[in-house]
Design a protein around this ligand. Structure first.
Ligand SMILES: [Zn+2]
Ligand SMILES: [Zn+2]
Length: 391
């Protein structure tokens, strides 16, 4: 089956490459992916599919399906948003292209072999900070879906080892302005509260497991040194690979904010600045199939020892439906890391595209196997139910 899948993808390679390059040259950030979503939809419509867009009340989300009669239902997810300033530094142009290729191949195989079932392509915007999949999951995008897959560019070809849950909180401290030299006793320093919050969080780092990560930035902290700042604003990500820790670290973070209020007299507002991402729940059976099909195409595989420390809104998909968010290498040797200029450059080159097509073929083969092989399907579902190891 893999050879036929590769052949089908090969037939559309020219159009796929053009699409990948067009997206790469026109990077669009979260919820502004108008060009990418319409290019992807046009690509599908040109090949006879109908596309629902907007989808789930999101302008830049879409859904396309091939329904060959009652049977198993499998979904492929495609991202296409970019990062501010560094463009496709996460290589989502390749995710979109690989998703389209995998969808085309799966639908074609189902047609040729008269396989009953349904394959769905979900265009999922705003992974970078916007949580497109969080809203799509809440709004029923996965209703009736039994399995889901996405592939993401990376330094290496790897299975999905999992990712961290991620809570994004913004804290605004309110104080009172005063002349910093003439009347310091009349002021309440909001920036001091932010500094104390950072100190508290940095101290707390000593007492959490290795898989927990905190990082913050200061967005506002006063204007001139001789005015005590009456407003200061910061944002934090609170991450944990083991979701048990998510409420624990959030509570402690809120307590530290309270401490900073008490120490300074400032008052705080805390609110999420984007939807919380859940930890990814990997699927051992699906991971093994993906790796098998990548190896069969000559890809060098690397098996990481631990779960990734990044986060993705695919976590929310994977907690609802069995699925994997597997990786493919974006460069042959240099191993650039995500969200860097080097990674953005690599995501527009030949090797990245060719390897994305390999990952697309592996995705399509996982999809076809899920739809045609009841034993495989059951093993995937069993892994999900019992919470299998990643690989
Ligand atoms: Zn990213
Ligand atoms: Zn990404």
């Amino acid at each position: 089956m893999l050879n036929r899948i590769i052949e089908i993808i090969g037939e559309s390679k020219k159009g796929l490459r053009e699409l990948s390059d067009a997206l790469w040259k026109n990077p669009e950030t979260a919820y502004k992916e108008f060009f990418a979503a319409s290019e992807a939809a046009a690509f599908l419509e040109k090949r006879g599919f109908s596309v629902t867009k907007p989808y789930c009340d999101i302008e830049t989300a879409f859904r396309c399906e091939f329904d060959n009669g009652p049977g198993p239902v499998f979904a492929i997810a495609a991202e296409y948003d970019a990062l501010p300033e560094i463009g496709h530094g996460c290589g989502h142009n390749l995710i979109c292209t690989a998703g389209l290729a995998a969808f085309l191949a799966t639908a074609q195989i189902m047609k040729e072999k008269e396989i009953k079932g349904k394959v769905i392509l979900l265009g999922t915007p705003a992974e970078e900070g916007g949580g497109g999949k969080v809203f799509m999951a809440e709004r029923g995008a996965l209703e009736g879906v039994e399995g889901v897959i996405m592939v993401h560019p990376s330094a290496k070809n790897t299975p999905d080892m999992g990712s961290t849950a991620n809570i994004g909180l913004e804290v605004i401290f309110h104080g009172k302005c005063a002349h910093a030299a003439a009347y310091p006793e009349k002021g309440i320093n909001a920036l001091d509260a932010v500094n104390l919050l950072f100190t508290g969080v940095n101290t707390y780092r000593q007492y959490v497991p290795e898989h927990v990560r905190f990082h913050g930035v200061i967005l506002e902290g006063g204007t001139v040194p001789n005015v005590i700042p009456d407003r200061a604003r910061c944002r934090f990500y609170l991450r944990s690979a083991d979701e048990k820790w998510a409420p624990i670290i959030e509570q402690r973070f809120r307590d530290i904010v309270k401490g900073a209020e008490l120490m300074t007299g400032a008052t705080a507002e805390i609110a999420p600045f984007r939807p919380a991402y859940r930890a990814r729940k990997p699927n051992c059976t699906m991971n093994h199939a993906y790796i098998e099909y990548m190896e069969a195409q000559g890809a060098a595989i690397f098996i990481p020892k631990r779960a990734g420390r990044g986060s993705s809104d695919f976590g929310n998909f994977s907690q609802l439906v069995p699925g994997i968010h597997a990786y493919f290498a974006v460069a042959e040797k240099s191993e650039p890391t995500g969200h860097s200029q080097e990674f953005a450059e690599a995501a527009g080159k030949d090797f990245a595209f060719e390897n994305a097509m390999r990952a697309a073929a592996a995705q399509a083969n996982v999809a076809c196997r899920f739809i045609t092989d009841p034993k495989f399907r059951q093993a995937v579902k069993d892994d999900f139910k019992k919470g299998s190891k990643a690989y």
